[in-house]
Design a protein around this ligand. Structure first.
Ligand SMILES: C[S@@+](CC[C@H](N)C(=O)[O-])C[C@H]1O[C@@H](n2cnc3c(N)ncnc32)[C@H](O)[C@@H]1O
Ligand code: SF4
Length: 390
């Protein structure tokens, strides 16, 4: 087994786990906090220490992207985010064009603060808009109005952010096709470079899961909404390059592309996941989830939980789980480089799905067919570790 991935793209994820309000559909590791109670200094200290302790994992790797996610990281001051980014520059080698994204909520938008974020090197914003429809925003218990979302986008643009993603969700309670089309129309009018379009899912451990809204659309209706959306995005010049990601030319999210291509990344902060290749193995680990426990554990070096090396079956599954999300698919050579396994292992695993035309191969590229893409979850189940296909 020889892993070329150990020399390839590397990303850093930084998790900031607090929000002003916990949305009823959200299963992310995020906790409601009063702004005055945010343990900002202590948490940044912990992140810096975590990064220092992780140096062996990114030695000789060039960092091509950093993603500061959450939660709502824009709750933190520009000074705090500058402190962690300065530590990144001191401890890591960042590429000159390193993509540095900050996740934001329109309810926490202040022009001055965002100008300071830009000055500290943050060159991409991901704004959680969800919808521009007042009644849907209310059902989702969002802390901002549609107007505030538009002002946030336009202010960010006027400050000088040229690389902006907005998150939209569809399949919302009571949402009509027309309402969904109006959301996309508004999003495209804002001329952002990237739009993430997620179907609302009822995640266990959320209020919506325990008490589902009565007017959730059924799967056919959501499928209808999504198909209209895909056509609208294409007409507006947004290329669908992943299940939920649409970008103007050359504006794909480098950080997420690295995940989908099964690249390596270090995740620091409460609950963050990492995936790191060495010359012969691929290892995953996760950090302590509760923010307080994380801050207590870092100084004693007890914050990294559940480190494990992926088996051959898991490598095949996880490679496909990520790469099959990409419209362009992947090459067998990329599989070999990032898993250290032979191309033949992959081709054997894929043979039945190729035969059934759920996958197609054109020269060196393998991708899902239209039917395979529609039933991607079912297709992926075939490759679950321990199933007969591998
Ligand atoms: C971690 S949130 C970050 C954005 C920011 N916290 C906000 O909500 O404004 C990332 C995105 O995940 C999406 N998301 C969260 N929960 C979801 C769910 N249950 N189903 C589909 N998408 C979801 C939302 O679009 C959200 O903007
Ligand atoms: S603001 Fe974002 S991260 Fe926070 S609870 Fe809502 S969706 Fe989740």
């Amino acid at each position: 087994m020889s892993l070329q991935a150990a020399q390839h793209d590397f990303s850093l994820y930084i998790h900031l786990p607090w929000c002003l309000h916990k949305c009823p559909y959200c299963d992310f590791n995020s906790h409601a906090v009063e702004i005055e109670a945010l343990p900002e200094q202590q948490y940044i200290d912990s992140l810096i220490l975590d990064l220092q302790q992780s140096q062996a994992q990114f030695k000789q790797r060039k960092v091509k992207s950093i993603f500061i996610g959450g939660g709502t990281p824009s709750l933190f001051s520009a000074t705090s985010l500058d402190r962690i980014l300065t530590a990144c520059r001191q401890l890591m080698e960042l590429t000159t064009d390193c993509e540095i994204t900050l996740e934001t909520n329109p309810g926490t938008f202040e022009a001055q603060k965002f100008a300071e974020f830009l000055a500290s090197g943050i060159n991409r914003l991901s704004i959680g808009v969800q919808s521009f429809d007042a009644s849907l925003l209310q059902k989702l218990e969002r802390i901002h109005s549609a107007k505030e979302a538009i002002v946030a986008i336009e202010t960010a643009q006027s400050i000088g952010f040229t690389n902006i993603n907005i998150d939209l969700m569809f399949g919302l309670p009571g949402q009509t096709v027309e309402a969904a089309k109006a959301d996309i129309q508004q999003a495209c009018t804002q001329q952002v470079s990237h739009i993430s379009y997620y179907q609302l899912t009822l995640e266990p451990n959320t209020r919506f899961y325990r008490y589902p809204p009565e007017d959730m659309p059924d799967q056919d209706h959501s499928w209808d909404i999504q198909n209209h959306g895909i056509r609208q995005f294409a007409q507006a010049g947004y290329d669908r390059y992943e299940v939920s990601a649409f970008a103007l030319p050359n504006q794909q999210c480098r950080h997420n592309l690295n995940y989908w291509r099964f690249g390596d990344y270090l995740g620091i902060g409460a609950g963050a996941h990492s995936k790191i290749s060495s010359a012969s193995t691929v290892t995953r680990n996760q950090r302590t989830r509760q923010p307080d426990s994380y801050m207590q554990a870092v100084p004693c070096k007890k914050h990294v939980l559940r480190s494990r090396t992926l088996s051959e079956d898991e490598l095949v599954f996880e490679f496909l789980l990520n790469n099959l999300r990409l419209v362009d698919g992947f090459s067998p050579a990329a599989f070999a480089a990032s898993t250290g396994l032979s191309e033949q292992i992959l081709l054997n695993a894929l043979a039945p799905a190729l035969e059934e035309k759920l996958l197609q191969r054109q020269q060196q590229q393998i991708r899902a067919t239209e039917r395979g893409y529609r039933f991607l979850d079912e297709l992926l189940q075939r490759f679950l570790p321990g199933t007969q296909c591998i």
